[in-house]
Write a protein that binds this ligand. Structure first.
Ligand SMILES: [Fe+2]
Length: 572
């Protein structure tokens, strides 16, 4: 059975599942190069069909969609009949159609789009947005035992927070709130906007700034935006005005008036203290609510997805509740809307097949490029290059000389984290390296942390009170003994957001870290995504070369090829 999952909206994406295996999952932004793109994911769909060996969309068994309603645009793409709609966006389409003298039934996609017309309309399934978040978390667990699934985001299908029960093959809704009742994600986004960053993108900056502040300096000033829970019971609603619709970077910008209010608080109390208070409130809401549900139901196995669970500090705090509340806490490692395509595909697949547990082990689900194509490209670019059977050996030597390298290997990662296939890598040993990467490559705000990749078997040396973490989705406290020896990857609050690298899951990246460890004694590297700030992660070798020459990266490793700006860095 082959199921194609499609999400169109903030972070449009497509994924394909065959016989229970996720064969491919990719965001449209990686192809059209617009971060968080909400375009129709046509290139992502084409890629998924290609990976599954299909020539036509009609060869799939089901198409599972991430929304309850199908937009006019998606209907046109799939060749569906289009009834009149009352949404503003669809009215604009209708006006266009009237001007052209066409009837509502004949809106067609641009002529240069691929043909995705579906002959058997019954193959297309609409789904509730938050249920697809829940499915991404539940169907990537290692077991099918009874668990509580928590989903929390800005809003989707008029829900912003929900709790579900998963058991065996089924996921059942237990409680749902809209964004005006329990808008935890919206409240955090309002603060992010008040700090001057874009909703749906800048929340990670708020989280990165928070450890520099002290919530006690402004405790309570953000209370009205957040809901309040007593155990699992809501005792106070969120307080906002109506949302404003202003499309920016694939996302509707909400609650401008409240964002201006927050900007005044920022002026009064200081940026870092407001960020710290937002983080405190968000954690307080979700920890109280989740623990409340665990206590009331006696179910201690939990899973989570939705954009709010990108917050690695929240995930750490929840994991730390394991003593008295949570036995199991599984976050889908691509939890924001870009993970909905996988959720949708798995949800439909397990309507027809038995789920017994299938742990997700990697996110290397995007395009890959062959050595011969890379060599061809390097020749066309008239670049001097070097070939090696074991590129990690020279790369590790350069890392030990404190050079910045770009590491492009295998299939591109899905989700927002580079996990060693589209990564910029540097030594974590020198305290200045965070500033060096920022000054020469990433051009990010100085307060944002950089994160490490380390050998799975060496986790004990660098972390304390941790569990296996393959995806950089949870932070942990750094091991006291060794934290001062890797200052470039330890955040202001003494935490790390690690990726533990297993040899059987990424042999080349494991080799790179291992070689670096053999030279330096540290089996850990600084790993940041291969892109500059504001751009999607690199997909293909051409973009890699462009980014290499548009930044201060010293050497670029493209599969078995290597190029450098200073030939003294070339292998002997
Ligand atoms: Fe969502």
């Amino acid at each position: 059975m082959i199921v194609l999952g499609i999400h169109m909206g903030h972070d449009s994406s497509a994924a394909i599942v065959k016989d229970g295996e996720i064969l491919a999952d990719v965001q449209e932004e990686r192809f059209n190069r617009v971060k968080h793109s909400a375009d129709a994911p046509i290139q992502a769909i084409e890629y998924c069909l290609e990976v599954a060996g299909l020539k036509n969309i009609n060869e799939v068994d089901y198409i599972s969609y991430s929304w309850l309603n199908t937009s006019q645009k998606m209907k046109a793409l799939l060749g569906f009949e289009q009834e009149d709609s009352n949404t503003l966006k669809d009215k604009l389409f209708s006006q266009g159609k009237k001007l052209l003298g066409r009837s509502a039934e004949t809106l067609v996609p641009p002529i240069y789009f691929p043909d995705f017309k579906l002959k058997d309309k019954s193959k297309f399934v609409n789904n509730e947005h938050h249920l697809m978040h829940a499915a991404s978390a539940y169907y990537t667990r290692d077991n099918n035992e009874k668990c509580l699934i928590f989903t929390c985001d800005g809003a989707g299908d008029n829900v912003s927070l929900a709790v579900w029960q998963g058991e065996g093959n089924t996921i059942t809704a237990l409680e749902k709130f809209d964004g005006y009742t329990a808008g935890i994600g919206w409240a955090y986004s309002i603060v992010t906007e008040g700090l001057g960053w874009i909703h749906g993108d800048g929340e990670g900056k708020t989280m990165g700034l928070a450890p520099y502040g002290d919530p006690e300096k402004c405790k309570g000033v953000l209370d009205k935006y957040f809901p309040k829970f007593d155990g699992k019971n809501l005792v106070k609603k969120s307080e906002f005005g109506l949302a404003t619709h202003w499309m920016q970077r694939g996302s509707n910008q909400f609650h401008f008036e409240e964002a201006y209010e927050v900007a005044e608080l920022v002026e009064k109390y200081g940026r870092e203290h407001i960020a710290a208070e937002a983080q405190r409130k968000m954690e307080e809401c979700l920890i109280t609510y989740i623990k409340g549900w665990c206590k009331e139901t006696g179910i201690k196995k939990t899973a989570a997805a939705g954009g709010v669970f990108l917050n690695v500090k929240l995930n750490q705090r929840l994991w730390e509740q394991k003593e008295d509340a949570l036995d199991e806490y599984h976050v889908y490692p691509n939890p924001a809307d870009c993970g909905l395509a996988v959720g949708a595909a798995l949800n439909e697949y397990y309507k027809h097949n038995t789920f017994t547990g299938k742990k997700i082990e990697h996110l290397y689900l995007g395009p890959e490029y062959k050595n011969e194509d890379i060599e061809k490209l390097l020749k066309i670019r008239k670049l001097k290059y070097h070939y090696s059977e074991e590129p990690w050996k020279h790369a590790a030597k350069l890392l030990s000389e404190n050079k910045i390298i770009a590491w492009f290997q295998g299939r591109m990662e899905s989700g927002p984290r580079a996990l060693g296939n589209r990564s910029i890598v540097m030594s974590p040993i020198h305290p200045d390296n965070k500033n060096t990467i920022n000054a020469y490559v990433k051009f990010r705000e100085g307060f944002r942390p950089f994160c490490p990749s380390l050998l799975h078997e060496k986790a004990d040396e660098y972390l304390s009170n941790y569990k296996e973490e393959l995806f950089m989705i949870t932070s942990y406290t750094a091991n006291e003994k060794n934290k001062n020896s890797i200052p470039a990857v330890v955040h202001a609050d003494g935490t790390l957001r690690p990726q533990m690298v297993k040899k059987d899951l990424n042999n080349r990246y494991w080799n790179l870290i291992n070689e670096f460890g053999n030279i330096s004694g540290k089996y850990i590297v600084l790993n940041t995504s291969f892109n500059v700030m504001g751009e999607p992660i690199i997909n293909n070798p051409m973009e890699a070369i462009r980014c290499f020459y548009n930044s201060g990266i010293d050497a670029l490793f493209l599969e078995n090829y290597m190029i450098c700006k200073d030939e003294s860095l070339a292998p002997a």
